[in-house]
Design a protein around this ligand. Structure first.
Ligand code: SF4
Length: 443
């Protein structure tokens, strides 16, 4: 362990804190909810029966402004709201709860509703799962040539759950649907056979829920000579928001930072892909201290997150988020379009409006904060960026660009769709200029 590591910001000391979490069953025990009226609490219970719910004490006490309920963006980020379900689904579950139906009947209703919520967008389960010696390897996805996604089995929860999570189906106890790794051996076997892979993205859930020793078991082997082709290790996490104590005051926080240092000493780039939705997440002193300590190891923090109605569909919020990130040494990386799954009906923003917000936010920050790409859809053919609305030969069109593609040849290809101010996802768009298909439809 690095005995000289500075564990404080401006002399501020951060004592260890207990991680206390509430799930759907403990909703009623959250003291702050007692101030809300009974109907609102019941509505939360209904929605939390279908969509995952989990929130920890730090988020409740440090991030939510309880004088601004229900509008508070962090409240919206973690607490279920009635409109997240369609009215019919809501009524079915509400009635089932009121009638106190037997468990099996209740579960069947919930399963039925979940199945309608597109639990695996962009073919997450059927596509991109690689094989070694003809056998499918769970816990690994390989969609883009240079990047392998790895889902360590012990990192498939989060310190809290986002109400809009596109991986929500993993958290609702459906074991068959869970994408998880058996062991790091599979990952190594796969990477040995794929010298074209340069990047490993460790993701979840949130890999930062793992103890450092577990994370080390996955990452340390990749530092050896046989994996010299792995140049970048990325870790996708929201722990900098939901539990910054992970990097500051948890018992193995220092060991974690030592691991980060070692990864870079082995010549790899370590990129922390931090999920942020609102500048408020960057305000608490401990959140800033976590960023400072991670950066002190030499790791680069890149920030990404979706654009969401009720949380951040406002150019001012994004401009302040990007500006704060830059001041803290974080690189704004992506603005995503909310995926076509789960509570999407509540959060979705039309693509045209998303682009307007992106553009207005860009106009309010200096060039150094304009590194975020977007608005970007992680769709089945690849990552598609909305470049803007324009007119070509008198036809109003949406200009789009494939930033990342299933086929490497598609990368950076521009294309056009007919103007549609209501479309919220790629499959709502039609090719412009009377064409029948987009170029990637012929795959
Ligand atoms: S942190 Fe990421 S994986 Fe976890 S609930 Fe939020 S969006 Fe989902």
């Amino acid at each position: 362990m690095d005995q000289n590591r500075n564990t404080s910001t401006e002399g501020k000391h951060f004592p260890a804190q207990r991680f206390k979490v509430y799930t759907a069953r403990q909703l009623e025990q959250i003291p702050q909810l007692a101030q809300l009226d009974e109907q609102l609490r019941f509505e939360m219970k209904v929605v939390a029966s279908v969509l995952p719910f989990r929130v920890n004490e730090y988020v409740i006490e440090q991030l939510i402004d309880w004088n601004n309920i229900p509008a508070d963006p962090i409240f919206q980020l973690v607490f279920p709201q009635r409109e997240m379900l369609d009215p019919e689904a809501f009524e079915r579950v509400a009635k089932a709860l009121q009638q106190e139906l037997p468990r099996a009947e209740f579960d069947a209703i919930v399963a039925d509703i979940r199945a309608d919520l597109n639990p695996h967008p962009a073919g997450q389960l059927e596509h991109n799962i690689p094989t070694v010696n003809g056998e499918r390897i769970n816990g690994i996805q390989h969609k883009y040539r240079e990047t392998v996604l790895f889902f360590p089995s012990s990192g498939q929860v989060c310190h809290s759950y986002c109400t809009f999570c596109f991986r929500w189906a993993q958290f609702v106890g459906d074991k068959d649907l869970k994408i998880a790794a058996r062991e790091s051996g599979d990952l190594q076997a796969y990477l040995r056979e794929h010298p074209e892979v340069t990047d490993v993205l460790v993701t979840g859930g949130d890999p930062m829920v793992m103890k450092t020793r577990n994370l080390r078991a996955y990452l340390e082997p990749l530092l050896s000579e046989e994996f010299a082709h792995i140049r970048t290790i990325r870790i996708g996490t929201k722990a900098l928001t939901f539990w910054p104590q992970r990097f500051v005051s948890d018992a193995d926080a220092d060991e974690l930072l030592d691991l980060f240092t070692e990864i870079q000493a082995a010549g790899k780039h370590l990129a922390i892909m931090a999920h942020y939705n609102h500048w408020r997440e960057l305000e608490p002193a401990i959140a800033r201290e976590a960023i400072r300590r991670v950066r002190e190891t030499g790791a680069q923090i890149r920030a990404q997150g979706p654009l969401l109605a009720h949380i951040n569909d406002d150019a001012e919020v994004w401009a302040r988020l990007w500006q704060s990130q830059v001041e803290l040494g974080i690189v704004p990386y992506y603005m995503f379009v909310e995926r076509d799954t789960g509570a999407r009906r509540y959060f979705e923003v039309p693509l045209v409006r998303a682009w307007e917000i992106y553009r207005e936010a860009m106009q309010r920050v200096s060039g150094i904060a304009r590194t975020a790409r977007g608005p970007s859809m992680s769709s089945h053919p690849g990552k598609v960026e909305v470049q803007g609305v324009t007119e070509v030969n008198g036809e109003k069109v949406l200009a789009l660009r494939m930033i990342q593609g299933r086929d490497a040849d598609w990368v950076q290809r521009p294309f056009f769709a007919r103007y549609n101010p209501e479309a919220t996802w790629l499959d709502h768009l039609e090719p412009a200029f009377g064409e029948q298909r987009f170029f990637f439809d012929d795959e």
